[in-house]
Design a protein around this ligand. Structure first.
Ligand SMILES: Cc1cc2nc3c(=O)[nH]c(=O)nc-3n(C[C@H](O)[C@H](O)[C@H](O)COP(=O)(O)OP(=O)(O)OC[C@H]3O[C@@H](n4cnc5c(N)ncnc54)[C@H](O)[C@@H]3O)c2cc1C
Length: 384
């Protein structure tokens, strides 16, 4: 038993698992604590591109493939360009992060890395047992980032939308892009009774990541996303290009209370812990913020299920998702009103859970009378 016991077990070595390992290993308080990280894959590829906004000089800046100071929001009736100050929009390709964190942290003392498949986690008040393809391991603190969508899909109380997309990294023959500016959302495409937009991240004048993205319930066939990208590029006169790489993603958008699966010896982290911002799918910075709150909590040695990431913004997200799932064909109108009536930086701060109550009322006030009615109905159904 002793050799299979660790002070911490981190399940999954993706974003949240590796960032948590980094935080624990950088803090001298945990020097004597043994950590086991279990991951089923060799994580060394660009399996995703993380983008996030942050003030200049963040800790991963040396790894970034690009950062931008300007953005654009587009729809049929609104074409807004804006300065992102005090933020920059940053792009980090996953292989860069995996490489750095593997090199710096997997070989630290009292750190064990196990390439194995996790089959199950059994939890009691005293300890949790992680059952893997290479045996069972025990800890009084298991931090699990392996996402299991089963419970989510077997319930009706919390709507589950998905942010789903396919992206093409393209290179064009002629200069087609403004490399200083991202296209955050372009709703000026057929909505097909859903919430659909294009997202464009130029690398330079000749290359960009172009993503066809939906906030909706049902996934499309791969070809349909690709058709969406191709016809969008055509409308922009971009026909002479090569696709150098592709990326696909499905990110759950839900306020399902993932924390109910926590116990005193098991805490779910990352997407599996509900750390994905339900209204937008952004997870990366939320994960960094939650880990910085989790670390002092772990020092207290309190039962893990006392750690909470719930706040009033979760309730706003809940209402927003209620409305977006009921009026999915009108989602673009909600975003258009928000960008039309607010300085974009206020929206970014809102998505970071950093606005004041007064600012939140102003955002609510951006919606039309009819849209406010949708929110009021969602509110009354959640309360009564
Ligand atoms: C393509 C894509 C692009 C994204 N872009 C952004 C973005 O731009 N900005 C943003 O904020 N968020 C983005 N996200 C959302 C989110 O940031 C990422 O999904 C992030 O990686 C979530 O971190 P995580 O640790 O919860 O999950 P993951 O990073 O997926 O880590 C979970 C790990 O568990 C491992 N695992 C799974 N099952 C097992 C098992 N049975 N046994 C052992 N190991 C297992 C997986 O291999 C994986 O490494 C994106 C997601 C995707 C898929």
């Amino acid at each position: 038993m002793k050799q299979n016991y660790f002070d911490f077990i981190i399940c999954g070595g993706g974003a949240s698992g590796l960032l948590l390992l980094k935080a624990l290993r950088e803090d001298p308080f945990f020097d004597d604590h043994s950590i086991l990280l279990i991951e089923k894959e060799i994580k060394n590829t660009n399996d995703r591109t993380w983008c996030y906004w942050e003030t200049p000089s963040g800790s991963f800046d040396p790894l970034l493939s690009k950062k931008w100071n300007h953005a654009q929001f587009r729809s049929e009736k609104l074409n807004q360009e804006f300065d992102l100050s005090p933020y920059q929009y940053k792009m980090l390709r996953s292989a860069e992060l995996y490489k750095k964190l593997h090199k710096e942290f997997l070989k630290r003392k009292k750190t064990t890395y196990l390439k194995a498949k996790i089959n199950d986690i059994k939890t009691t008040e005293q300890k949790s047992e992680v059952l893997t393809s290479k045996g069972s391991f025990y800890s009084i603190r298991v931090l699990n980032s392996v996402f299991n969508p089963k419970a989510l899909l077997n319930q009706k109380k919390y709507p589950v939308l998905q942010q789903h997309f396919v992206g093409w990294f393209i290179k064009t023959k002629n200069p087609c892009f403004d490399e200083n500016k991202i296209l955050f959302m372009d709703f000026n495409i057929p909505q097909e009774n859903e919430t659909r937009f294009l997202y464009v991240l130029p690398q330079d004048k000749y290359s960009a990541l172009v993503e066809f993205t939906l906030f909706s319930e049902k996934l499309l066939k791969f070809e349909e996303y690709e058709k969406g990208i191709r016809s969008y590029l055509e409308t922009k006169g971009i026909t002479d290009f090569v696709v150098e790489d592709k990326e696909q993603g499905i990110i759950p958008m839900t306020c399902f209370p993932f924390e109910k699966f926590n116990s005193s010896s098991l805490l779910h982290i990352g997407t599996s812990g509900g750390w994905t911002k339900a209204s937008s799918g952004f997870t990366f910075m939320n994960t960094i913020r939650n880990i910085s709150r989790l670390l002092p909590f772990l020092k207290t040695e309190k039962p893990l299920n006392n750690f909470s990431v719930r706040n009033r913004f979760r309730f706003y997200d809940l209402l927003f998702l209620d409305v977006l799932s009921r009026h999915n064909s009108k989602g673009s109108q909600l975003f258009i009103r928000m960008f039309e009536k607010n300085p974009p930086v206020r929206i970014f701060r809102f998505l970071d859970d950093k606005t004041t109550f007064g600012e939140e009322l102003r955002i609510l006030n951006s919606f039309s009378l009819k849209q406010k009615g949708w929110f009021l109905k969602a509110l009354s159904q959640r309360i009564f």
